[in-house]
Ligand binder design. Structure first.
Ligand code: AMP
Length: 398
């Protein structure tokens, strides 16, 4: 079956057309600057066919149409008829408490996603616009919503309730939700396969560390705790997000710098993390280069980054009363050797033994601990699009 996977942002749209029989990516790409000047990057078999080509894209509906035109183009198209697209899987950021799994999209589902808009005001409205645009252009094709938060709906109350007056939960559903659920689910399943553990009898920790980052404790195949919270701001230090800080800092900085709460939140979301700490950029490779060039702020940023990930791993080992295996994934997790080694160097007490040679391998599935290591650590490239395609296939086949 050919499934189109869509990930719509407020001014962007990422897509992949996946053949679920072979799990091959037939085409992929990105529409950017929707509503501004419109740019399309389109790849077939990983090769760029159109690179930042300017297209008038006044709205998402036009962007979707441009993507479909590229897919059936007579010169470089990968399908001959749009009828070959049998389903569309949409990434939706926030499903609140309403969605604990992926669902076939109906009018009621659209309404329920809209009711979660308050929880993700930048993302959910854009996801909805993306779905509506696809529905207009592909009216008879089944569509599925796959939520970033759904995998974490298995967390127990003790993990998701904050130490706040209960009325805020009752009135506004203020609680931990967690994100990157599609990736944590995909990687934890694969980690169990690679280690030969039965998923329903395993204690796993997944470190999804890219520009955004979160650590999740997965016990018996279910998320039991995760580092991101009501929003993606909580948890480990990230590219530009501060991660967890003393909440009193918000008021302190607002007074000292004469900023509004919105302005301080902008600082915490966009100007903090590795970028803010180092004074460089959010890109880990710049932090690495800064450290190598003797920049002391870059060195501290990297140390603090590694340290806070190690602390979450330790906390989650305690939360599950043990850990069988750990995975690193996403841009930094898959590629940054110093981060995986740095985190593992804190975990000797758990029985983690680094395999120095294996640890040098990047960009592929690899075990980076010795055969004798009590806790196995793997690098597992994530594939959220494939996970969305699999979820979509499972629901439309029913
Ligand atoms: P993601 O959000 O998963 O795309 O990850 C983006 C992050 O991965 C950025 O901070 C990149 O600097 C980082 N990254 C990508 N490639 C490498 C690499 N070869 N070494 C270190 N970090 C990398």
């Amino acid at each position: 079956m050919k499934i189109l996977v869509m990930n719509c942002g407020s001014s962007s749209l990422k897509y992949q057309l996946i053949d679920t029989d072979t799990e091959a990516v037939l085409a992929s790409g990105l529409c950017e600057r929707i509503g501004i000047d419109g740019q399309l990057t389109h790849k077939v078999n990983g090769n760029k066919i159109k690179d930042e080509e300017k297209n008038a894209m006044p709205n998402h509906e036009v962007a979707v149409q441009i993507v479909l035109d590229a897919l059936v183009d007579k010169d470089f198209g990968v399908i001959t008829d749009l009828k070959e697209i049998q389903a569309v899987g949409h990434r939706v950021v926030h499903g609140g408490e309403k969605f604990a799994s992926s669902v076939v999209i109906t009018d009621e589902v659209m309404q329920a996603i809209a009711e979660c808009n308050d929880l993700a005001p930048l993302h959910n409205p854009a996801n909805l616009v993306g779905i509506q645009s696809c529905q207009k252009v592909l009216p008879n094709v089944p569509m599925v919503a796959v939520f970033d938060t759904a995998f974490h709906q298995t967390m127990p109350e003790k993990a998701y309730m904050y130490g706040l007056p209960h009325e805020y939960y009752e009135k506004y559903k203020v609680r931990r939700y967690g994100f990157h659920g599609t990736s944590h689910s995909f990687v934890s399943k694969r980690l169990a396969e690679l280690t030969g553990l039965a998923l329903d009898q395993s204690k796993l920790i997944v470190c999804h560390i890219g520009n955004g980052g979160s650590v999740t404790a997965v016990q018996n195949g279910k998320s039991v705790d995760t580092s991101m919270g009501l929003t993606p701001l909580e948890g480990i230090i990230m590219g530009t997000r501060s991660g967890s800080i003393d909440p009193a800092i918000v008021e302190f900085i607002a007074h000292k710098e004469n900023k509004t709460i919105d302005e301080v939140m902008q600082v915490l979301n966009k100007e903090s993390g590795l970028a803010g700490m180092s004074g460089l950029t959010s890109d880990f490779r710049d932090i690495r280069a800064g450290k190598a060039a003797g920049n002391p702020l870059a060195a501290v940023a990297m140390e603090a980054y590694i340290y806070c990930i190690a602390k979450y791993v330790g906390a989650y080992a305690a939360a599950m009363n043990g850990v069988d295996a750990i995975a690193f994934t996403a841009g930094i997790g898959e590629n940054a050797i110093e981060v995986r080694k740095g985190v593992m160097s804190y975990l000797g007490f758990l029985g983690v033994e680094i395999d120095e040679a294996q640890c040098q391998i990047t960009g592929e599935e690899v075990c980076v601990t010795t055969p004798a290591s009590k806790v196995k650590v793997y690098i597992i490239p994530t594939n959220e699009e494939l996970a969305i395609a699999r979820e979509t296939l499972a629901l439309v086949k029913k």
